[in-house]
Design a binder for this molecule. Structure first.
Ligand SMILES: N[C@@H](CCC(=O)N[C@@H](CS)C(=O)NCC(=O)O)C(=O)O
Length: 230
């Protein structure tokens, strides 16, 4: 049996990746949500995570702990779950695209934090942010046309879609400009039942972690906040 430890659904983009993948693949797991703590979660998260970060996957049957979202999807792939596209070319492409997300796009990550329940008018689109968006647009168009499916690596939802799912929320929150094809793909992701469930839970969260809230307020003007309040 798997246990997935995640952070707040409103904010935690890295947690969303394995969560949505496991939901879409029908992998049974229990989830434990650890809310971020004001001033830093490190010492609290270190009690269960070697890096003081989430997500963490625990294979309770075999006593294995896996940290880092990319390591978690590879661990699942190792256990015969259909994590990557079946087609070899699509699989190589999907792995490259997921790795690119994992190690790159820092302008998007830093300037447009994931906050599922908010809508924000960005102060400015820096050249670095624009570059990240252009590259993601190029990547999504390539995956969708080259492998001919509804998802980036073909007809099935795979890990590469999971890695870009947080981008779909960011596009909506910050009204980011993308091609029609990319906007349609982002909308398609957000309409998945699993992401609807994630969003509903995110909107119910009443925690507000000042560090994450500050990132949003520094990025622009909050136009709507659909999250529940206490
Ligand atoms: N490379 C890691 C990064 C994990 C990460 O940075 N997680 C964030 C949450 S989205 C975290 O736990 N931050 C701790 C904090 O905000 O105190 C992964 O892919 O899992």
């Amino acid at each position: 049996m798997y246990k997935l430890i995640i952070g707040n659904k409103n904010y935690s983009s890295w947690s969303l990746r394995p969560w949505v993948l496991m939901q879409e693949l029908g992998i049974t797991f229990t989830e434990e949500l650890k809310p971020f703590i004001e001033g830093g979660s490190w010492s609290e998260f270190r009690k269960f995570s070697p890096t003081g970060t989430v997500p963490i996957l625990i294979d309770e049957t075999r006593g294995i702990l896996v940290w880092d979202s990319l390591a978690i999807v590879e661990f699942l792939a190792d256990n015969y779950h259909p994590v990557w596209p079946k087609n070899k070319t699509a699989r190589a492409w999907a792995r490259s695209a997921a790795a690119e997300m994992h190690s790159g796009f820092s302008a998007l990550r830093n300037q447009c934090n994931m906050t599922v329940g908010q809508r924000v008018k960005l102060n400015t689109i820096t050249p670095e942010l624009s570059k990240d968006l252009q590259r993601i647009d190029e990547l999504w168009n390539e995956g969708l046309s080259r492998f001919g499916g509804k998802f980036l690596g073909g007809d099935e939802f795979t890990a590469v879609d999971a890695f870009y799912a947080p981008v779909a929320y960011r596009i909506r929150t910050f009204s980011l400009e993308m091609s029609e094809t990319s906007l349609a793909y982002a909308k398609h992701l957000l309409e998945l039942r699993s992401l609807q469930q994630w969003e509903a839970a995110a909107l119910k969260e009443t925690w507000r972690e000042p560090g994450h809230e500050k990132e949003t307020n520094d990025a622009g003007i909050v136009i709507h906040d659909y999250r529940e309040t206490i």
